[in-house]
Design a protein around this ligand. Structure first.
Ligand code: CAA
Length: 261
């Protein structure tokens, strides 16, 4: 499949995914969602990639939402299928075995805000704007917005944002915990890559298990969650990375690199 709307690049052990429809402010149509699905399958299967940065092309937008022109005349069935398509791709990103950092360089509205929320970490340019404007268009959020926003910022704040359809600036997104940090626009991508490289310098299997434990633990009761953590912790002791890192520590030397084994 030829990629028209998504760019996949690799730098050392990180992948950089750019949504590339700047003329439509990177709006997500079906074609772009299918390309994103393919790109994230490729990344999942690439053992060299240890962390991912996801961003939008151009200076204005991360993603300005699902494509309104495509949705305008949808039937109930088409709407449901479009929602499922987006939800399945975003879930693939959320459950990817490697951390994904959203570098939010501009508008992150509707499906764009939802895409950022499917990522592990969000960092934003000081020009970024976030919101779930769907009710102003006669629809509900459809790519996870009614679920992930409340998990991230709490139910009260999520309901206010979703019911009012208001758009918030980066500093407000930081205040409510929707983003981790704010950056000058020209520094955002490099800072996201630096964060990805820091993550990629740690033991990949341990990082993967941490992602799984945090994600799964948030959805279940504390006893089930802690049982999963114990499993993950135990599994680490089957890895060469654990043996190598702890041996290096005890021998007071620096470990050159993790083997991802
Ligand atoms: N879908 C399709 N096209 C879009 C788009 C979208 N979500 N957002 C922007 N575009 C297009 C515009 O139609 C315009 O195209 P033309 O040049 O061909 O006219 C181009 O991108 C540039 O946009 P504007 O001229 O509107 O730029 P602006 O600077 O005046 O405004 C904006 C920027 C405030 C982001 C405005 O474009 C806007 O409000 N966009 C829609 C945002 C939105 O409502 N998103 C939610 C969509 S619903 C959703 O996402 C559902 C879901 O949960 C799955």
């Amino acid at each position: 499949m030829e990629l028209k709307n998504v760019i996949l690049e690799k730098e050392d052990n990180i992948a950089v995914v750019t949504i590339n429809r700047p003329k439509a402010l990177n709006a997500l149509n079906s074609e772009t969602l299918k390309e994103l699905d393919l790109v994230f399958t490729t990344i999942e299967n690439d053992d060299d990639v240890l962390a991912v940065v996801l961003t939008g092309a151009g200076e204005k937008a991360f993603v300005a939402g699902a494509d309104i022109s495509e949705m305008k005349d949808m039937t109930v069935l088409q709407g449901r299928n479009f929602g499922k398509l987006g939800n399945n791709v975003f879930r693939k990103i959320e459950t990817l075995s490697k951390p994904v950092i959203a570098a939010v360089n501009g508008f992150a509205l509707g499906g764009g805000c939802e895409l950022s929320m499917a990522c592990d970490i969000r960092i934003a340019s000081n020009k970024a704007k976030f919101g779930q404007p769907e009710v102003g268009l006669g629809i509900t959020p459809g790519f996870g917005g009614t679920q992930r926003l409340s998990r991230l910022v709490g139910m009260g704040m999520a309901k206010e944002l979703v019911y009012t359809a208001k758009v918030i600036k980066a500093d407000e997104a930081l205040r409510i915990g929707l983003v981790n940090s704010i950056h000058e626009p020209e520094e955002l991508l490099n800072n996201a890559k630096a964060l990805a490289k820091t993550i990629a310098s740690n033991a990949p299997i341990a990082v993967k298990l941490c992602k799984e434990a945090i994600n799964r633990g948030m959805q279940v009761d504390i006893d089930t969650a802690l049982a999963f953590e114990s499993e993950a912790f135990g599994e680490c002791f089957s890895t060469e990375d654990q043996t190598d890192a702890m041996t290096a520590f005890v021998e007071k030397r620096k470990l050159d690199r993790f083997k991802n084994k």
